[in-house]
Design a protein around this ligand. Structure first.
Ligand code: SAH
Length: 247
């Protein structure tokens, strides 16, 4: 500072000071923030997921990594690691962490598994799938949610996750067949197009039933036939068509 005072006139000094302030101001803003939610996220995995019997290492690793608080509205970020679903707007919810982990584990995913998700919502489940698998396709019927999720997933670097706005009842025939299908909204019956788009040896996890409580059903395709197991009672938002009518 002494050197500045001697060498430069006042207006130049002010300019230099402003440049310095701007430089350091920008630097602090663009520097990666320490993940303040990491302890809460690890606690979520330990207390809500691992302790309830989820053992798939890939699922546990993905759930420790994906920053769930980024997928909920900012004012709800501090509740993102709680043991419950949360509102994401448009009358929709991000599923409870345990349900995300459970549904992901039963699909027996590998890196090469091609996955279709119906009900992108916040994009959180898609990010978990994207951590584990090379190619993930996800369909959301509410355009605003689909666009928001696609933007966030892109920003976070999930170039292996493709999101489109559309009616998931119809599946995504252009990329079929899928080794795994995960449905995160509840129809009253398993959609025929999804059954057809499931590959031989593939698995589909889907909540089926009326508004309120549904049956979480695991379907496996063996020799062209679907073998069905009920695994858990659950409560999901209904699967609707483009006129908001429940399937
Ligand atoms: N997997 C989401 C949770 C989704 S909640 C997440 O991780 O956040 C269920 C979502 O299914 C809602 O966003 C809802 O708009 C969507 N949905 C309902 N019916 C649908 C349909 N026919 N096709 C695609 N998405 C549908």
């Amino acid at each position: 500072m002494c050197a500045l005072q001697k060498t430069y006139p006042l207006n130049i000094k002010i300019c230099l000071l402003l440049v310095l302030l701007l430089h350091f101001g920008c630097k602090t803003r663009t520097q990666p923030q320490a993940d303040e939610y990491l302890p809460l996220r690890n606690q979520m995995v330990d207390q809500q997921i691992a302790s309830r019997g989820i053992t798939d290492r890939q699922v546990l690793t993905a759930m420790r990594k994906v920053e769930r608080h980024l997928f909920v509205p900012p004012e709800l970020a501090r509740y993102a690691y709680g043991d419950h679903p949360l509102s994401i707007g448009y009358g929709q919810t991000i599923s409870q962490p345990y349900i995300v982990a459970f549904m992901t584990q039963v699909l027996n995913l590998e890196k090469t598994t091609k996955v279709l998700e119906i009900g992108t919502g916040s994009g959180y489940q898609a990010a978990i799938l994207g951590e584990i698998c090379d190619s993930v396709f996800s369909i959301e019927i509410v355009p605003e949610l689909g666009v928001r999720a696609a933007r966030l997933l892109k920003m976070l670097g999930y170039s292996n996750v493709l999101v489109k706005t559309g009616d998931g009842y119809l599946g995504w025939p252009e990329h079929a067949t899928y080794d795994a299908i995960i449905v995160t909204c509840a129809p009253t019956h398993v959609p025929e197009p999804l059954m057809n788009q499931l590959a031989e040896g593939g698995r589909m996890i889907i909540p089926v039933g009326q508004r309120g409580v549904q049956d979480l059903v695991l379907l496996s395709k063996k020799k062209g036939k679907l073998v069905k197991h009920s695994v858990l009672p659950v409560r999901f938002v209904p699967m609707v068509d483009d006129k908001n009518k429940t399937y």
